[in-house]
Design a protein around this ligand. Structure first.
Ligand SMILES: *Cc1c(COP(=O)(O)O)cnc(C)c1O
Length: 475
């Protein structure tokens, strides 16, 4: 399988060449040259593989269609090392739970940091370690986080050979639970940097370091952001696993509702559907930051300014633009790289928006690709959390609540609707208290983490200071 850029660069690359890269050289995102098609016999075989041999083996089957530069026995052992009941809490890895008639939750959040990002990041950690050892190289991951991504990256890379993580976060802005989760990691290759400033200051520092090409090369600086193709590919697997749990035969269809921010999770659903998974609808659920809902309703994609980006109680969906959206638009426009470059490279840079409402392809987003959308507000979130708890005894987190609220608006008789549970309620306890007047239960392994010893370096929002810190700790 070869990979191409969404902006027209057709130099074909293999999986391991793009694994450690971010954007393609032309500024686009990598996608496979074509999606492998899964026929009915293969789908039947995979169903048996998932039920009898487990999630790790299903992951191997799917990944091996996209990865031709890791020998099969190695890829299989990477999958089996990653997806264990010990790390993800259950043998099913992503068990379905029934909420009410036709409405299911797929539990994606039982990994080490209690958010769905673990499912991809844990695999990425093992792939990075494997590939860096094979090349005899090292990588220093520099990132900025306001919570979920940074901790998922740290828990995936801790103790891995050849990798260090330097993770900046705004000092005292994360929840006490999130801070405890990250800062209690004492592994030598994990560096927490608490910056005097806000998340944007952290992100600006990371950008400034990455723009210093000499520093970047000398210290082998890399990232693990959501545009990484390997992360997206890892996520494709749980769409198949959800389908196999909700259906008994391949004649049945299901729909998914996905609490969305950067469009990474639901884009994996799009890939699964392109491979032939029988998905009726892919419903994109947003919070008050409704960039994506606006596009699917009107055909206009408009990037928000930071003043126009709301801080909400489902903070991992607070985005001003959706960084993976370009991948879907590439498919929507018949894989016309020049057109995508004109939209994402030129129009967005110039005007911050583009309009596909008059383009014949726009109608295809629903008709041909099954996309629908909806949004949810703070009041919806509180009401949905309360209702799920009172009627079904099911405590859900704020992001999942956005999903459940929107899913109900898109139910079809006879088609199971699976809502992706993207985090556990303990991560967003303050809003749970607001909704229910009580604290969410804490999984046993997190009891008392706030009292653990912490390892974190406090720093001014100063690019030279972070560079000096990296240089000192790479020696
Ligand atoms: C990252 C995240 C999302 C958004 O996922 P995208 O792939 O960016 O669309 C939703 N919910 C939670 C809890 C997250 O951590």
């Amino acid at each position: 399988m070869n990979y191409i850029s969404t902006r027209g660069d057709m130099s074909r690359k293999h999986f391991c060449e793009i694994l450690l890269e971010g954007l393609a050289p032309d500024g686009g995102l990598y996608l496979p040259e074509s999606y492998p098609h899964v026929d009915d016999a293969t789908l039947t075989r995979w169903r048996a593989v998932y039920h009898q041999e487990g999630y790790a083996e299903l992951a191997f089957e799917i990944l091996s269609l996209y990865i031709d530069d890791i020998p099969a026995p190695d890829l299989r052992s990477i999958c089996h090392k990653t997806y264990t009941a010990e790390v993800f809490g259950t043998g099913e890895i992503v068990p379905l739970r029934h909420l009410e008639n036709g409405l299911w939750l797929e539990a994606l959040s039982n990994g080490p940091t209690l958010a769905f990002k673990d499912l991809a990041m844990q695999l990425l950690g093992n792939l990075f370690e494997y590939e860096l050892a094979r090349r005899g190289e090292e990588l220093n991951i520099l990132g900025a986080t306001s919570g979920d991504t940074g901790s998922a990256a740290e828990y995936a890379m801790r103790g891995k050979k050849g990798v260090r993580v330097f993770m900046t976060s705004p000092a005292n802005r994360m929840s006490p639970f999130q801070q405890a989760q990250m800062f209690s990691l004492l592994d030598e290759n994990i560096h927490n940097i608490a910056v005097d400033g806000v998340f944007d200051d952290c992100q600006d520092m990371v950008k400034a370091v990455s723009n210093d090409l000499e520093f970047k090369r000398k210290y082998k600086i890399g990232t693990v952001n959501s545009i990484n193709w390997a992360r997206l590919l890892a996520q494709v697997v749980y769409y198949f696993a959800g389908y196999f749990q909700a259906t008994e035969t391949n004649a049945e269809k299901v729909s998914f509702t996905v609490p969305s921010g950067n469009f990474g999770n639901v884009c994996a659903g799009h890939v699964a559907r392109m491979m032939g998974l029988p998905i009726a609808k892919l419903v994109v659920a947003t919070n008050e930051n409704d960039v994506l809902d606006e596009f699917f309703k009107t055909g206009v994609y408009r990037v928000r300014s930071s003043a126009d980006t709301h801080e909400t109680s489902s903070p991992s969906m607070d985005i001003s633009k959706a960084s993976n959206f370009e991948r879907f638009v590439f498919d929507l426009l018949g894989r016309d790289g020049a057109r995508v470059k004109a939209l994402f490279g030129d129009a967005l840079a110039r005007t911050g928006r583009f309009d596909l409402s008059q383009h014949p392809a726009f109608n295809q987003s629903t008709l041909r690709y099954g996309f629908q959308s909806g949004q949810s507000t703070h009041a919806d979130r509180l009401a949905t959390i309360k209702d799920s708890f009172e009627r079904f005894g099911m405590l859900i987190d704020t992001h999942t609540a956005d999903g459940v609220k929107v899913a109900r608006e898109h139910l079809q008789p006879g088609v199971p609707m699976i809502v992706m549970e993207t985090a556990l309620p303990i991560k967003f306890a303050a809003t749970i208290v607001e909704a229910l007047g009580r604290e969410p239960d804490r999984p046993a392994k997190f009891v008392g983490i706030e009292a653990l010893p912490k390892r974190v370096t406090r720093m001014a929002a100063d690019v030279e200071a972070v560079k000096a810190y990296i240089a000192e700790h790479c020696a």
